[in-house]
Design a protein around this ligand. Sequence first.
Ligand code: PAF
Length: 305
Amino acid sequence: MAVKLVTTVQELHSEGARLLAGKRGTSQGLVPTMGALHEGHAALARAAVEQNDVVVATIFVNPLQFGDAVDLDRYPRTLEADLALLDGEGVDLVFAPSVDEVYPGGEPLVRVTSGRLGEKWEGASRPGHFDGALTVVAKLLHYGLPAAGLAAGDGTGGGLPAYRAYFGQKDAQQLALVRRMVADLNFPVEIVGVPTVRAADGLALSSRNRFLSPEEREAALVLSRALRLLEERAHAREPLDLESAQALVESQPLVALDYFDVVDPATLEPLAENCRETPFRGEGLALIAAKVGPVRLIDNTPLSS
Ligand code: PAF
C-alpha cells in the first residue's frame, strides 16, 4: 500500500511537509471523514486527487457530534478497508488520530457555535450535532494546513500551496455550515462540495444504509423518488407541488417523514412561495429527512430552472 498512516499531529505535519516538498507541490487537498468509507467518500478522494498535488484524508469518529453514546459506539470502525479504498484513489496520507490526540484536555471548553443555521432541519432533531461537527472540522482544517513557509517550487512565484477541503453535498446542511464558518471566520481554505453518489436504484450512499433491512432499503427509495419528482417539475418549470411529493413519501408505511422542504441553498430558509402554485424559478435545494424503520436517513437535491 502506498498510502501512509499517521496518528499524531506532529507526524501529520512532518509527513505533509515532506510530501509537498518531494512532489514540488503547489496544492494540498484535505478529505475529512469518520471512516466506514463507501463510494461517496471515494468520490471526495477522487476529486481531491484530481485537483491537488498532495492529498490528506482524515479518519476520526468525533464524539462531540454524537448526541447518544450508543450511536457513537455503534458507528462502524473499518480502518483496514478504509485505508485500502483511500490507497486505491491515490490519497497520499491518512491521519487517524485517537480521541486524546484531538481533545488532549478532554472535551473542549470553547466550541464553534453553528448559530441559527445549525438549529434548523438536522439541527432540530440532533441538538449540539453541528457545534460538535464544526468544532472538529475547524481543528482538522487547521491540522491539515499545508506547512507554512513552503515555496511553490515550480518557478511560478512561490508562496504557500493552495489549500482545498472536500465535503459531500449529501450532507447539505453541514456543507452550508462549513462554508459559512470558513467565510465568517476567515479560514484560508477553499471548500469544495462534491455531488452525492447514489446506488443504481437512486438511494443516496450513506454509512447508515448498512443498518437497513432489505424491506427498509426498498422502502427508503421513496426519498430519492420524491426528490426526483421535484427535480422533474422544476426542470419543466411547473409548480413543485411539494404536498403531492410529501404524500408519496407518507404513503410508504415503513417511512416516518421528519421534514421535506425547498430552501435557499445558502441560508437554508424555506422558499415557500416559490414552489406551491407558481412555476419554480431560480435556485433551490430540496431537503428531506425520514426514519426508515430505526434508521434516520437524509437526502437532498439541487433544483434550478
Ligand atoms: O461528514 C462527516 O463525516 C463528519 O461530519 C466530518 C465532516 C468528518 C466531521 O467529523
